[in-house]
Design a protein around this ligand. Structure first.
Ligand code: PGA
Length: 256
């Protein structure tokens, strides 16, 4: 049984002081969550990572970053390197979020460099994939997902792939209040698992956690998370308030 991963993607919200206060409240709220069934992570902006780390490092709540540059160090003004994230105690790093693909022109090739760099520095990538509304309506969802999964995971060894996290996030469902139906999300997640089996073998594919993301809320989380190939949620808007985030975590505990 795969441990569900409920991860909060805070995007460009919360100062370091707000992050610290949020994490303190969150720890109290999730104290009784069984860690072997549901893992919880928060992904603050870079400037709030350290404040969050001071509160959650050494607890069951994991820390993740939202992005990174795929080099160890160097003259890359404005960028943040994987060892810097590792030193703060990050376990996860979100890679290839649709907002980065869309607003910062990140290609599958560049995203692949980041995935490989994450493994090199002992960070677990949460690789985001998902089709736009136009692509869904044109009936090319599977082609888009296949290109993003194969492109993003090139040259990855099967033993690395086993602890990977993939987040299926249909672009039309992000921040729009429109959620993919649990059946539609399950179908794409199962397709992603098939692709992984083809690339890395069935045993590895069974281990990979494949989340769903896009307007996940306490009200719809239970149905989504009860699907066999939906192994957690990447939560944006609803992860910014302790109440709604813990509502989703509770739904996850019930679904497992
Ligand atoms: P949302 O964002 O939950 O606000 O739709 C999800 C995401 O972008 O990861």
């Amino acid at each position: 049984m795969r441990t569900l991963l409920i991860a909060g993607n805070w995007k460009m919200y919360k100062t370091h002081a707000e992050a610290e206060a949020f994490c303190r409240q969150l720890l109290t709220a999730v104290a009784s969550v069984p860690a072997e069934r549901v893992e919880v992570a928060v992904c603050p902006p870079f400037t709030a990572l350290e404040a969050a780390a001071r509160v959650i490092n050494g607890t069951s709540v994991a820390l993740g970053a939202q992005n990174m540059y795929p080099e160890a160090e160097g003259a890359f003004t404005g960028e943040v390197a994987p060892p810097m994230l590792k030193a703060l105690g990050c376990r996860y790093v979100i890679i290839g979020h649709s907002e980065r693909r869309q607003y910062f022109n990140e290609s599958d090739e560049f995203i692949n460099r980041k995935v490989l760099a994450a493994y090199q520095y002992d960070l677990i990538p949460i690789l985001c994939v998902g089709e736009t509304l136009a692509e869904r309506e044109a009936g090319v969802t599977r082609q888009v997902i296949e290109r993003q999964v194969r492109g993003g995971l090139q040259n990855l060894a099967p033993e690395q792939a086993a602890n990977l996290v993939i987040a299926y996030e249909p672009v039309w469902a992000i921040g729009t209040g429109r959620t993919a139906s649990a059946v539609d999300a399950q179908e794409v997640n199962a397709f992603i698992r098939q692709l992984l089996a083809d690339m890395f073998g069935a045993a590895v594919a069974e281990k990979v956690r494949i989340q769903y993301g896009g307007s996940v809320k306490p009200e719809n989380a239970g149905e989504l998370l009860s699907m066999p190939d939906i192994d957690g949620a990447l939560v944006g808007g609803a992860s910014l308030k302790v109440d709604s985030f813990t509502g989703i975590i509770k739904a996850a505990v019930e679904a497992r």
